[in-house]
Design a protein around this ligand. Structure first.
Ligand code: G3P
Length: 229
């Protein structure tokens, strides 16, 4: 199951890649503009931080299939290594996904709200299908069910696509989509940190160290070993 960072912030990406088993970084136009940097330069810097083995997801902006394909070509000429082109699943977007897939370009079908949008994107050849969990919930939809049903459609009909769930506003949403079989999640840094920590864990570690120090006066096992008791 893939674990992806949904951010273009270099400091956040650097820290999270250092600490957690991260598979890649997703961006979209709204995420990119927050960094107030040159688009290609920012992408190159992200690539430098994540290395060539992690996937970098970059979204097109155009609203006509031919323009989307042109933008995808431009991004691919400038950003090397494992790159996935994100395309929103409008009618034009599906046409572009179809053309890009036929040309061997890996795509992510994004802004997905329904299982049938997921189906048509998988059928068009998208490598990743990305339902927007929190945004579905904000519309009073059952986001976990949408994720579950897209996974079912893909598995039942043997599509090659993977469901990479996105748009998370809390830990519970991430937990829920993991349980219904999402093949991956892309999570913003603040939620990602919350997912993998618990204050009881921190408290337990503090007590282990205090107990050890009380007995041996040292904080490190290596140093303790040098003391003759
Ligand atoms: O990757 C999609 C994501 O960036 C959308 O998230 O939180 O803006 O709904 P959000």
């Amino acid at each position: 199951m893939q674990l992806i960072i949904d951010s273009a912030n270099l400091d956040e990406i650097r820290e999270l890649v250092d600490y957690y088993p991260i598979d890649g970084v997703t961006t979209n136009p709204s995420i990119i503009v927050k960094e107030k940097k040159n688009f290609l330069q920012l992408l190159e810097e992200i690539r430098e931080v994540i290395g060539c083995k992690r996937e970098l997801f970059v979204q097109t902006l155009a609203d006509h299939a031919e323009e989307i394909v042109k933008e995808a070509k431009y991004i691919r000429e400038n950003i090397l290594d494992k790159l996935v082109i994100k395309v929103p699943v409008t009618k034009e977007g599906i046409k572009a996904i179809k053309a890009l897939s036929e040309a061997g370009v890996r795509t992510m079908a994004t802004t997905i709200y329904t299982p049938l949008q997921g189906y048509i994107a998988a059928k068009a050849g998208a490598a990743y299908i990305t339902p927007y969990v929190n945004r579905i919930e904000k519309l009073e939809g059952n986001a976990v069910n949408v994720v579950k049903e897209i996974v079912q459609i893909i598995e039942k009909h043997h599509f090659n696509s993977k469901v990479l769930a996105a748009s998370f506003n809390n830990v519970q949403q991430v937990h829920d989509v993991c349980l219904v079989g999402a093949h991956g999640v892309t999570i913003p840094p603040d939620i990602l940190r919350l997912c993998f920590s618990h204050r009881a864990t921190e408290a337990n570690v503090k007590v282990f160290i205090e107990d050890w120090q009380k007995e041996y006066g040292e904080k490190s096992i290596v140093d303790t070993n040098k003391i003759k008791i």
